[in-house]
Design a binder for this molecule. Sequence first.
Ligand code: BT5
Length: 280
Amino acid sequence: MSAPPVSGDLTVDAIRAHLQTNSLGQTIRLLDETPSTNTAALALSRDRAPHGTVVVAERQTAGRGRLRREWFSPSGGNLYCSVLLRRTIAPHVRERWLSWIPLITGVAAARGIRRVTGLDPCLKWPNDILVGGKKAGGVLCETTGAGEATPCVVIGIGINVNTAVEDFPEEFREQATTLASEAGVLIDRATLLAAVLLELETRSEALAAGQDPDLAREYSGLCSTLGQRVRVSLIGGTTHEGRASTIGSDGSLHIVPDGTREDGGGDPLVVRAGDVTHLR
Ligand code: BT5
């Protein structure tokens, strides 16, 4: 198959030309500049925008990471997008749905990147997208109405696609990378976005229907955190060190703390939210 043409401009027509989804991206809002596509999608959700609405921006002026951190979002060929999921989820599936959505988004992004670029991304728990050990993308999910029959989840995905790594701020330049610098060629963003949306739709539909037997296995297969010595910083500031052992059925990360026997001699630490550093 020949490589798709690389266009500098991301247009709605170009995205539509590659889209193979039933619902995600059927409504697209493409913005030249916005503070944050997540903020824009949350506002649209309050205006009853339909399930699957996608907001994409060329540039964000206040791109957000988790825990109020910043997401560096210059113009110049990256992907900043937010997907609005508004599904009625059966009560017995709802908790699982909400806990797995951020993780399957990481899986979808990694699979989409692989399909379009041939690169081999992996995931640092919970959902940092790494290529060659460096961060090429991240996911920020924000939920409203979590206790309701039809919760609304805004899934924000940021992927460094074509920006030059030298343009990144010094604080994290060493830890960051872009797909183009790893692949050695510019990447067509419309093709990439369409691929990620298709991977996301497949997995989120299966999850919503309670038909997802392979989720934990698929996630574990991509997760470079497993088997590593890690430091975990929990919300609130406590830190723990140990070896990341498994992914729980709710997507949590299980850690065998340093000093405990790994042969069942103690309960693992179960981490549902926090920051992980891979230790060497
Ligand atoms: C994330 O946060 O990795 C989630 C990033 C989600 C961004 C998308 S873009 C579309 C949507 N709209 C938004 O406003 N956000 C979402 P976190 O794990 O907290 O990582 C943030 C940290 O990564 C920062 O503190 C920096 O150290 C580093 N960082 C910031 N920008 C980066 C970038 N472009 N590439 C690599 N690392 C970056």
